[in-house]
Design a protein around this ligand. Sequence first.
Ligand SMILES: NC(=O)c1ccc[n+]([C@@H]2O[C@H](COP(=O)([O-])OP(=O)(O)OC[C@H]3O[C@@H](n4cnc5c(N)ncnc54)[C@H](O)[C@@H]3O)[C@@H](O)[C@H]2O)c1
Length: 313
Amino acid sequence: MTTPPTALNVAIIGTGVIGAAWASGFLAAGHSITAFDPAPGAEERLREQVKNNLAVMDGGQAPAADRLRFADSLAEAVTGADFVQENGPERLEVKQSLLAEIDAAVPRPAIIASSTSGYAPSEISTHAASAPERIIVGHPFNPAHLIPLVEVVPSPSTRAEVAEEALEIYRSVGKKPILVRAELPGHVTNRLQAALWQEAYSLVDRGVVSVADIDTAISYGPGLRWAILGPLALQHLSGGAGGMRHLLEHLGPPQEVWMHDLEQVHLGEGLKAKLIDGVDDELTGRDKEAMTRQRDDMLLRLLELKADFDQLP
Ligand SMILES: NC(=O)c1ccc[n+]([C@@H]2O[C@H](COP(=O)([O-])OP(=O)(O)OC[C@H]3O[C@@H](n4cnc5c(N)ncnc54)[C@H](O)[C@@H]3O)[C@@H](O)[C@H]2O)c1
């Protein structure tokens, strides 16, 4: 396995919500950033967002922001880069041309990672002629300056060392990466979320519960446990002395009935209206910015707490 150098030159291409979060994470870990985004005012927005993120992450880190440079062009941003993180808009043709442009400009052996939420690396690298085997997906989760998970998805033509090195680089900036061994729409974690959203939307559509009830059910129920242990390890604990085997033998048959009863939903206008009105009802009188701040504060405390418990993976 390749060990990443202590200080990397990281190019951040696209500096919206996710690009700014990546820039903050790499800066906080001691790396240098060169960023590029063609939108007017992008540099000011990035600097403001990075300042805010760093203040949340580690009480300021003023020197870290000094290692952030904004380039005038994509080619300038990737010159001398050891690692590129692409965060442009989630549209296939935009990703394809952006990845081709980056691939043509960035010197080898730099790795090119895309934050794409759902496209496969083979799909987005179709126009990258120089070295598509060093292109991977490195998919983060919002708020990406705080959530450790990153999904690393190689394509069939990605060299194994590229995925290994990307995993190592993400670990070195405090992330918790997983390797996804097949290209699937939505990778892995968005598919898990989609399974839950599908049933939540269906239950709301059928009038079984309200939107607020769904949110209470998860955030005061299994969601509390899921932040501590994953859903499969939790089943092992729920199985008592017999662990996972007992759990599957005892509750597996009814679980299969529930799984087969799940309904597909279509996000038509009627269902969308129920979901939008339901969230509005649930959150009446609450301030969205304050909620975001409190979510981030609690996340940080939770992460600190998790680090104190050595028998939990
Ligand atoms: N927002 C999320 O929750 C989330 C989570 C994980 C991954 N992602 C993925 O991250 C990527 C970025 O999403 P976002 O939410 O930050 O979007 P965003 O709209 O906030 O940012 C996209 C940025 O790309 C810039 N851009 C447009 N054309 C460009 C070009 N040619 N070169 C460089 N930059 C260009 C835009 O100016 C904009 O600042 C997407 O692929 C998205 O799927 C988003």
